[in-house]
Write a protein that binds this ligand. Sequence first.
Ligand SMILES: Nc1ncnc2c1ncn2[C@@H]1O[C@H](COP(=O)(O)OP(=O)(O)OP(=O)(O)O)[C@@H](O)[C@H]1O
Length: 619
Amino acid sequence: MLTRARDDVGWPALVLLLLLALAPLAVTGVSEQGILVVAMIYAVGAVGLDVLTGYSGQFSFGQFVYFAIGAYVMAAVRIHAHWPWVPAIIAGVVAAALVAAVIGSLFVRLRFFGSAVGTFFLGAVAVDLISGARLSHWTGGSNGLAVLPVTIGANSLSEGDWLYYTVWIALAVSVALCLRYTKVRAGMAARVVKENEVVAAVLGVRVFREKVRAQALAGAVAGLGGCMLALDVGYLSPDTFGISQSIELFAIVAVGGTGSIVGPVLGAVFFFSLVNGFASTSASASQLLFSLVVLAVVVLFNRGLYDLVEQAVRKLFALRRAPAATGAPEGPKTARAGDAPVAPDEQPVPAATAEDRPRQAPAGPPLLVLESIGVDFGGVRALGGVDLSVARGEVHAVIGPNGAGKTTLLNCISGIQPATGRVVLDGDDVTALPVSVRRGRGISRTFQHPSLVADLTARQNVEVGAYATHNGSALLEMAGLPGTRRRDRVARERAVAALELLDFPASRWGVHAGELTMGEQKHIDIARALANEPKLLLLDEPTAGLGEEEIDAVAGAIEGVRRAGVTVVVIAHHVGFVRRIADRCTVLDFGRVLTSGTAGDVLSDDQVVDVFVGAGGKS
Ligand SMILES: Nc1ncnc2c1ncn2[C@@H]1O[C@H](COP(=O)(O)OP(=O)(O)OP(=O)(O)O)[C@@H](O)[C@H]1O
């Protein structure tokens, strides 16, 4: 399923920040401005939390721990080391980022429930540490810590609008950093991680590293929020950084809209306006009303306030984009996911058939050799000693009934699934190599479900697959240094080359993947795997869920791949498709090779066709 994380929020972010910059002209009351300051402080942390949840798919109920680290480190280095306030803020931010990276690395392997429990108790431990005697020299223990007053020139930060605009700058910096992160390689890779970790790993993304990076960024931004909170309240106590604040932060992101960066800012302003609005009612009534409104927003507008505002603005200015299907690619009619697969006897007439192709495998050593590959899942023998040889440059179809072991075989070749036996690529034994190294050696693959990032364009999705490696510093990428820009340019060129090779219409390159038809998504999935210029391309049911014209288009794309000299192993369920694209064919049944040979010979065998499509399915 394609999940949403916005990629088009630069202008809305600018407009919202401008409105907040101008707000003191309209909101002149001291307490109202105070509410806006607190809202912006929470917004700083909330955009970081949004990077964590909305863009990298992680979860945290403990972000206020990093607020606390930022605030206490800033206050402590000013008191004990006499640092000026700006370097002290930087120290607070760096400390929060480092601790977030370390703690985050412990949490990244946890699923939702584990993360929820883990981060919740992290908050409890932090409050205990802050208020306890061990760190009291730095934190003031349960007595708290006074924050030294800040002066800017002759002015105190607490006078006039100085504090307001200091917090505004912190918010603008946080929004800019987080938006920038979502646009660079590291951010795009994290978005694939959120979509599907296995797919990300196969694309060479260091899943663990990208998750920790997102944790560190969210921690840094929360640390900045903590520094602002310290400047605002002027006094730090353990109660300032409790678990309830972390949960409020989470509510702000949910109310504003995850995966939008702007949404959490909107959510924070809404949240604290609501708090202010109910302040005059009795405490219990205000708590109830407040909770009911937040609940209503979350339940009724499950994509959050930002989505609601965006839709209203689009309607107002009639800027709504054209419906997704109207821009479908020129040429073949497209079908959507869920369309019934084409029955064998409805297959389009093949452009060229297996019988037309050479009956002998090309000379020279094979590119891929599998020796006695075996996989057991508990009591289920998925593969029982499969031998296979794939010649360089051929398209080799693996066919067989459901549960025959086809996908497991591709998983063994790509390194996702450990197996007994040997996998030899281009003469090298790669059996013991992990997925990322096999990718580096030239093995790419697609999956039955494309797992594209919905709010990245078709071309951006392909670019994620085009990086030779996903190493490198996200900070340098965000700074846009020449080395990283060169690397991005190469990835872009490779992505364009892959799209052109597959004849994917240029008019659709800029369309968000969530708006592509299923056939187009399959093309983008193939292009993404091809963009790394592999020797061996593994395609897992590229025609699943497609209509006949889309199957025809995928067949055309695979023929393009063959012409480019890439060897292909493809799982397929359609006789006509296999006839058209395959040079050779291996039939699996119950995890064993039933037969293997030229596609023409294999598909003329009645027993094979019976196993493949059921008796009478031969066409
Ligand atoms: N992770 C797993 N845990 C347990 N059993 C599994 C796992 N993956 C696959 N299997 C089992 O292994 C066997 C082979 O599955 P596999 O998905 O490789 O078959 P397939 O030929 O690709 O089927 P299909 O055409 O339906 O995708 C099946 O019996 C399946 O239930």
